[in-house]
Each structure stands twice: as C-alpha cells, then as structure tokens.
Design a protein around this ligand. Structure first.
Ligand code: IVH
Length: 701
C-alpha cells in the first residue's frame, strides 16, 4: 500500500505472471475477510484498485489469465454452519464506474452494442446502491420457501429462517404472482439502528461492529434466528432471479410490481434518459447521501427495457446493461491526538494516527493510517492538529490534509528503534534505484516479538520445513500456549521431549488432539530433523532470500558450516566474503546486505545456533566433481566475447567452480578478455594462472 506498484505497461511477462498470482491470492484473502468474516481489512477503494490492476494485467497479457482469476469470482465461498443453496440463476456483480467519463463510456458501450446512435436515447433506471448484502428470496406458489445469500454467486448460504424474521419481507405473495419467483435485493441495517445496537454491545462488554453493512451481514449469519430477529434488519427489492413469468417488460415496471406485492422498494429510484440526467441525478443523490437513513455507496444505472437487457447480456461476472457509479469516500474533520507505531509482519513500522472519535457515514472512526514517515511529512501533520479524514466504506480511514494547526502542535519524531522490547535499530531499505526507501523496518526479524509468529509460519511453510500438521493455525495455537509453547524454530524440535515432561497436560489430552494426531505431528517433525541445506536457508526467512536464492547459496557453499561462516564474515564486514557472495550467479547486493544484517543481529545468531543444534543439515548436492575446475575459484575480467559475464558465471558454477569478483591469493584461475586491467596485473603479480577466453573453453571442454 505504501509503495507505488510498477505500472502495468512496464511489467515483463514474467513479472506479470508473478503479479497475477500474487493478486489472485491477495484478492481471495480480502474476499474471505469481507464476505467470509464480515471483517474487511482494506478500504473498498484499495480493493477496487487491486481488482482493476488485475484486470489491466489480464488485458495486457490475455494468455496469462489464471483459472482462479479474481475476474471470475463474485463474492466469497460459503461459510460453514449453514446449508448451501445453488442459485438457479447466478447472482452476479456489477461493474464499477468512478468518474463521469466512466458513465459516458458505459452509455456509449450500450449504444454501440445495440447498434443504435446516441441520439436515439435508451431509457435507464437509476437506483441508489444500497450498502448491505444481497439476498435471493424464493417464492413458490406464493409462499416464501428459501432465502439465500449471494455466496460465490453460484452457491449461497441457506438463511431462510433468519430472513423470515425480517418483518419487511412478505411471507406470501398476492394471488396472481408467478408460480415461481426469486426476489433479489439488499438486506441492510439503518444507520440509527446500527448505532443503537453498537451502544448496547459496548455496554454489555461485547465486540462492536465496524459499520452497518457488516452488522447486517453478521446479524443474518447468526445460527440462532432469534438473534437475527432481535436486530432490526430491512430490505429493498431491486432485481429477480428464477422467474416463471415476467410480470413487466421494464426494470422500472418490475420494481413497481414488487412494490405492489408488498416489498419495500427504494423511493429514490428514477427513470432517466441522457448521460447528463444520469450524472445530474448522481450528484443530487450524493448531496442527499449523508441525510439518508441508510448507507449507500453509489448509484446503479440499468438499461430499463428488459428486451434490451436480454440482448446486451452478461460478461463473465457482470451484466453489460448495468453499472454502479460509486461515490467517493466520505470525509470528516477531527483532531489527531497521538501517533503510534505498529509493527507489521515483515517488521515494517507503520505510523497510526489516533483520532478524537468521529462519526463518518455512521461509523465511529478512531484511527487512521499514516503509511510512513514521508506521508507524515507530506501532510505536514502534527499531534494536536485538526485534520480532514476520509473513509471509503472501510476500516482504516486516511488523513487527507491538515485543516488547522494549533500553537501547541507537536511534530512526530519517527522512532529510530523498534517499539519491541529489543529496541533494535530501525533500518531503511534502498529502492532498486539506490534511493532510500520509504519503509522503515525493525531489524529484529526472528527476535522481534511482532515478527516472530509470522517468521515461524514461514519456517513451517511448504517450501521451507513443510511439516505436516504444523501450519499457520497450529503456529498461532502453540505460540500462545503456556505449557507447550513454540516461540522459535528450535522449539519445534524439542516439542516432543517437552510434551513428555508435561504429564497430564500432554498434547494427546488436549482439545483438537488425540493420541494419533499428536503422534503424527511428532513423527512429521522428526521426519524434518534432517533437512536439505536450501530449505534451512530459505526457512530462516532472511529478507530477499527466496527459494531460488537459497538454492544458489546452498549449491555455492555446499554445507551449513560454510554458509554460516560466510554469513558471519559478511556481517563482520569481511570484504572478500562479501565479494564472494555478491559474485554468485543471480545474487546481488540486496541479498548480501540482508544476509549480513540478519547475521549481525545477536538474537538471530542465537536462534539459528539453537535450531541447527537440533538438526542434521544435509550437504547440498555438489555440482560436477569431475570437471577440471571443480572446487577452484575463478575470476572473470575484461570483456568476454563468446559469452556474457552471467553465462560465464553460471557455466563455471555448474562445473563446480566458485566465481569470485576480485583477485586474491585464493584465486585459482583468472579468465581475462580484451581490455583486462588491474585484475590481470594483480594476478600476474601473484603468479596466478591466467587464461584467455578460448583457453578457458579448451580447459572445460
Ligand atoms: S443489481 C446483475 N441493484 O451491489 C446485477 N445491485 O456490486 C445484480 N446492490 O451484488 C445487482 N444496490 O449486493 C443491484 N439497486 C441495486 C443495488 C445492488 C445494491 C449491490 C448488490 C450487488 C452489488 C454489486
């Protein structure tokens, strides 16, 4: 969020592929947080930005569209605890527009698709976009039979009993209604009811809800319908699914029929014709928004005639005949009382503004993110300032600007040490261009309690130690456990011995564990006591040392003792060690620096030593042993003509040689191309063996 992602146009295909994979996972995570747990962690605007980036990437690289692309997904998967209902007609989503131009594009695309000229105007309905959760309510022979949430658009949760408690939703339809009809619309909670409920929850010492939407979702998801009944939920009907007979031929006509059948329909729904009318109406609704008794987050435009809707049809997840014109985020003015520092998973220090509580669009806001020190500087914000904040249907609002700065305002000094008990120095990384990056990190890594849990999760992950039965969930469990804690990697390998000393508290007697599963876990841990060198290196979670880099290091150094020795030397600033690692194929200064930093931290050294004492680390597969250069240290200098420097390095390493960047007594061979300078002179001074490029090829065959 803090770093500007590279523009889509600048990404290589490989980068795009990795980015699409990352986006699919990240968006799925947010979908789960939003739909599965009713607890979003990013703003709608940030979420939309992720989706837009995904789409832009897919547009540029159509061949890279993933089977699990977020574009094919509408919502979240079904939560456990409710039965499932498969929608006869899928519940789709809407495309979003943010600007007047987006509305123009939408209307023009409708005209274009239908082959009509812009002056032959087509009617639209404009409906407020209610910020609740969509529901499909099925009536057969006039009786309410089932009600389902959207779920993933295909399958939703069966919440019939809960929906039946909503007074505004009729149980029966009048005579003459179609034999089968699914009414679709939005279940929501009025702002006032949300505030009352939250006050009550707070008074009872219970967790309060974030906003009316999440409250409505949470209220509907109660397994006990009595709880739902006690919450004042409301409903607006605006669409339909499976239907045996259409009672009208326009969207507007359908809404009027729904009203006649006894459903609440939104009074601000309007029929309009031109782009100007749509935008004018949107602006009017925007002005009225704050005073509406319920939250809305935009205006939905739909082609009015159903025959035209049918011709326009659908894209993969949204209709071509509709668009949601979203409102910008809501704003408010309040006082900043303090700035605290939070430490994230990667040790990034994020300043958080504490605010005098203020209601923005029905939600009480007390915190806002400040991203980083540059953001604080850019805003010029100081403690005690009055600030304008913005919230976009989200959890963490942002500070837009300083409105007023009183005489007693205090500048915030970004801490130079981590707020964790270690008080490790905070470091700034360099960007690719060599400039100082905006992110400050705690260098404590494994030692910083804020980061430890996340490091442990990485340690047990699939490409690292990959221990069956010890995943993220179990790390959470054991980390906080008092009788059998796992606080550092070594603890995993002492788990069994410690468990045996625990008597009645034994793992097999605990909730969620029995004799077999406890034994299985111990066996799985035992199986990993002997570990491949590259997995160990990767598992340490050193920044910039990914799976591939770990493999390179393992291959280059061969065994743990050599890796360890090199790392400690690098941490001590040993030039030769630094150059040796830097010279490895695919390894750059960022890795070398990160290794040095990691092993420069006494807590990390201690952690690693304790861990390695528990393990038997396998030697890396030795590259070719029988090549004429195996085990030798080679330096390339001058311009090479038959291969690039990278190729030369890779080749030498494949043949079991070590490639170094500078000439020293340890150098065995110097390969010198035309234009070789000081390195060649030095090699000659030292009496080293020097070869031309051709001689090198002769030697290695
Ligand atoms: S129409 C095929 N109309 O917005 C189109 N949706 O972003 C079906 N929503 O899932 C949706 N007010 O939960 C429609 N007047 C309205 C709406 C509305 C709110 C929600 C609904 C939908 C989401 C799409």
């Amino acid at each position: 969020m803090t770093q500007q992602p590279k523009p889509v146009a600048d990404l290589s295909e490989a980068e795009a592929k990795a980015e699409l994979e990352r986006l699919a996972a990240e968006i799925a995570r947010h979908d789960e947080a939003y739909h599965g747990r009713d607890a979003p962690v990013i703003s709608d605007a940030d979420y939309d930005a992720l989706k837009q980036r995904n789409l832009a990437l897919e547009e540029r690289f159509p061949a890279l569209v993933r089977a699990d692309s977020p574009r094919f997904k509408v919502g979240a998967t079904v939560a456990e605890g409710f039965g499932k209902i498969t929608h006869k007609v899928p519940m789709l989503s809407l495309d979003n527009g943010f600007s007047d131009d987006d509305v123009r594009d939408f209307v023009h695309s409708v005209y274009r698709f239908l082959g009509q000229l812009p002056d032959q105007s087509i009617g639209f309905t404009a409906e407020p976009k209610i910020d609740g959760l969509s529901m499909s309510i099925r009536y057969e022979d006039g009786r309410l039979v089932t009600a389902a949430t959207r779920g993933d658009g295909t399958t939703g949760e069966n919440v019939t009993a809960n929906v039946k408690t909503i007074a505004e939703i009729p149980d029966r339809l009048p005579a003459g209604a179609p034999a089968v009809v699914e009414i679709r619309g939005e279940v929501y909670m009025a702002k006032a009811d949300f505030l009352t409920l939250n006050q009550r929850m707070a008074a009872e010492g219970k967790q309060t809800y974030v906003n009316p939407r999440n409250t409505a979702a949470g209220s509907l998801r109660q397994l006990d319908a009595k709880v739902t009944a006690s919450r004042k939920l409301k409903f607006f009907a605006y669409a339909w699914g499976d239907i045996s007979e259409l009672p009208a031929d326009t969207q507007h006509g359908m809404i009027e029929v729904f009203k006649d059948w006894g459903f609440p329909v939104n009074p601000l729904t309007k029929r309009l014709h031109s782009i100007e009318e749509l935008i004018g109406h949107y602006n009017e609704i925007g002005l009225a928004r704050a005073d509406l008794p319920y939250d809305i987050d935009g205006v939905v435009y739909k082609v009015d005639r159903l025959d035209l809707q049918a011709r326009l049809g659908f894209r993969s997840r949204s209709p071509r005949w509709a668009i949601a014109h979203k409102f910008p985020a809501e704003k408010a003015v309040t006082k900043l009382t303090a700035i605290d520092i939070q430490v994230g998973r990667t040790g990034a220090l994020t300043p958080v503004a504490r605010l005098e509580p203020i209601t923005v669009g029905g939600v009480v806001v007390t915190n806002a993110t400040l991203h980083n020190a540059e953001e604080i500087e850019r805003l010029g914000v100081r403690i005690h300032d009055t600030v304008e904040i913005q919230r976009a249907g989200d959890v963490i609002p942002q500070i837009l600007r300083v409105v007023e700065s009183p005489a007693n305002a205090v500048s915030f000094a970004f801490p130079k040490t981590c707020p964790c008990h270690l008080k490790t120095p905070v470091i700034r990384e360099e960007t690719a261009g060599g400039a100082e990056g905006v992110i400050r990190r705690c260098s404590g890594e494994f030692a910083c309690p804020f980061q430890r849990k996340e490091h442990l999760k990485h340690f047990v992950s699939r490409k690292a130690f990959d221990i069956d039965g010890l995943g993220e969930k179990q790390i959470e469990f054991f980390y906080d456990d008092t009788s059998l804690p796992i606080r550092q990697p070594a603890d995993i390998f002492t788990l069994k011995a410690r468990d045996e000393a625990n008597g009645l508290q034994r793992l097999k007697n605990r909730d969620g564990y029995g004799d077999t599963s406890a034994q299985k876990l111990f066996d799985a841990i035992e199986a990993r006591r002997s570990i491949a060198l590259d997995r160990l290196i990767f598992g340490l979670g050193i920044r910039h040392v990914g799976e591939q880099t770990a493999k390179t290091l393992a291959r280059a150094y061969g065994n743990w003792a050599a890796v360890h020795e090199a790392a400690i030397a690098i941490a001590d600033g040993d030039k030769a060690a630094i150059e040796e690692m830097d010279a490895l194929d695919d390894i750059g200064p960022a890795v070398v620096e990160a290794v040095g930093r990691f092993f420069g931290e006494p807590h990390n050294i201690d952690m690693v030593e304790k861990l390695v004492a528990q393990l038997s680390v396998l030697e890396a597969e030795k590259p070719s042993q029988d090549s004429p250069v195996a085990g030798l240290t080679v330096v390339f200098t001058g311009s090479l003509e038959r291969m690039t420097r990278d190729e030369a390095k890779a080749m030498a390493e494949r043949l079991g040689a070590k490639v170094a960047g500078s000439v020293s007594k340890k150098t065995d061979i110097l390969v010198a191309g035309p234009g070789a300078g000081s390195k060649l002179t030095k090699a000659q001074d030292l009496g080293l063996r020097t070869l031309t490029e051709d001689e090198w090829f002769e030697l290695v065959g």
